[in-house]
Design a binder for this molecule. Structure first.
Ligand code: CA
Length: 515
């Protein structure tokens, strides 16, 4: 009897140990996500213009994997977020554009819900931007709509709370507070830490208002692009530094909600420069150059605060023994133009817009300092988290887990091309609706409402300055890519009918509609 009891006790202890080990082996996931952060502005990407230094984000590349070919399926804020939550394209997740009309249907299957059901604690902090309340999160503390850069109202599990300070730092504070005080340390977690920065209107924080002040930033060589050899869409957009930027974008007008102390810092940072600008009465190219300098410096200043807060989260993981069993992923909802082609903003299938940064640290699984040229998509992020957590990926999700890629064993049948679709026209920045296919060499786009095709050979023309769709030398390429496009549209169940015409509401949804 005693032996039996001992055996049973031993068995019980072994079961407990196995269970504990099984629980421990599931990794935590920290997803740090920013809004409109171009890969050109992360020093780990070694951009030739060497715009800035982002030491904390770079740590993820040094200690993990840098993806050099990560793209989004619809290059705009809300839709990209909906793709990540669902692992489904816009035509299936019901959030095709940022018009303010669409509300994310939170009753549908999402990655956070699946992780929650598997025993993960789930939290989201910062920018949400999907017009409905988050579902599938044990804790949420989000900005309404686009949110404000300073002194933001936020919603904590549905309750409105006011904060004072700089939003990027506040999102860092709330994320750390959740990690330190609000989670159960015995359960694995998913934390989505989602910054508003560096979105327009690029308002820097107090700590970085004077960064880059004495530097003349290098200009992209297409700053004065004339859009020759491109289609109607590139010629009729509304996103140029020259014509589209507002006094508010350029800090010639300050935000209204600064405290007197904050306003004083802004006066000190911009006052003298703005006076000199008013006196100089710049015209033509010199005016564009001045705007570019003001824009790029403010954009990069915003990123310095994001980088600081990535550093704070990494330090917390280090100091609390969590770094080893936590996947840390840094990405952005899409790319962004930093003056290339004279533009800011995104939306296009073209490179600076469609490509997004992706850096992943997963100790023991991902080789430190590795890089991947595999075609990754924001569509894959949810599947990747589920796979890493040992949760079965539902068959209706359309992306693919990056876990094998992260382990250095990309499957031989990994995708060689992907489908892209942008829907928001008419709308802010006037980029015509288009869909297309992008592979490792070519980009084929169809601007379907105006019936115009474009083809770019990125090997011959990396800056995408020449549409070669009508060049007979590319006739076979066009034929093959059109077949690939048709294959992808069928496989992804893209409806023939477009989503209905949107009507941007110029009233209270204006901020939401902007992007
Ligand atoms: Ca965005």
């Amino acid at each position: 009897m005693r032996t039996m009891l001992r055996l049973l006790t031993l068995l019980w202890l072994v079961t407990l140990a196995v269970a504990a080990q099984a629980a421990d082996s599931r990794p935590n996931i920290v997803f740090i996500f920013s809004d409109d952060h171009a890969f050109q502005a992360i020093s780990a990407y070694n951009h030739p213009l060497k715009l800035n230094q982002t030491p904390h984000i770079d740590r993820l590349a040094k200690e993990g994997m840098r993806f050099d070919n990560c793209c989004v399926t619809n290059s705009i804020c809300g839709p990209s977020r909906a793709v990540i939550l669902t692992g489904k394209y816009s035509h299936l997740n019901g959030f095709p554009d940022n018009s303010g009309r669409a509300r994310f249907d939170g009753s549908q299957q999402t990655m956070p819900k699946l992780l929650q059901a598997a025993g993960y604690q789930t939290a989201i902090v910062g920018k949400w931007h999907l017009n409905s309340d988050p579902t599938g999160f044990d804790y949420w503390h989000i900005l309404p709509g686009q949110g404000a850069y300073y002194n933001p109202p936020m919603f904590e599990n549905g309750n409105r709370v006011m904060h004072q300070g700089y939003t990027t730092d506040i999102i860092g504070d709330i994320s750390l507070d959740w990690l330190k005080h609000k989670r159960d340390p015995n359960k694995p977690f998913l934390l989505m830490c989602q910054h508003k920065a560096p979105h327009r209107e690029w308002e820097p924080g107090p700590a970085h208002l004077n960064d880059f002040k004495d530097r003349v930033m290098p200009e992209p060589d297409t700053l004065f692009d004339d859009y020759a050899n491109r289609g109607t869409a590139a010629k009729t957009q509304d996103m140029t530094i020259e014509k589209t930027m507002t006094p508010r974008d350029l800090k010639l007008v300050f935000p209204q909600n600064l405290t007197p102390e904050q306003k004083k810092l802004w006066d000190e940072a911009y006052g003298a420069e703005n006076e000199a600008f008013a006196k100089a009465n710049l015209q033509g190219k010199e005016l564009v150059r001045w705007k570019y300098q003001r824009y790029i410096k403010d954009y990069l200043r915003c990123i310095q605060s994001v980088d600081d807060n990535v550093g704070r989260v990494l330090k917390y993981l280090d100091d609390n023994g969590l770094a080893e069993n936590t996947i840390v992923m840094y990405s952005s909802d899409q790319g962004f133009y930093l003056g290339e082609h004279g533009w800011f903003d995104k939306r296009w299938i073209y490179e600076e817009s469609v490509r997004t940064p992706l850096l992943v640290r997963w100790p023991g699984k991902t080789k430190a300092g590795s890089t991947s040229q595999d075609l990754a998509l924001n569509l894959d992020f949810g599947e990747t988290f589920l796979d890493a957590a040992g949760v079965k990926i539902p068959s209706d999700m359309q992306g693919r887990s990056l876990v094998p890629v992260l382990k250095g064993a990309t499957p031989s049948d990994w995708r060689k091309s992907f489908y892209y679709h942008y829907y928001e026209y008419p709308g802010p920045h006037s980029v015509h609706r288009h869909y297309g296919v992008r592979d490792q060499r070519y980009t084929l786009a169809y601007f379907y409402r105006i019936d115009e095709w474009e083809l770019y050979d990125r090997e011959q023309d990396p800056k995408q300055l020449k549409n070669v769709y009508n060049d007979p030398a590319y006739a076979d390429v066009v034929k093959q890519l059109k077949a690939e496009l048709a294959r992808l549209r069928a496989e992804l169940k893209v409806p023939e009918d477009d989503v209905p015409e949107q009507r941007p509401n110029p009233g209270k949804n204006k901020a939401k509609a902007k992007s």
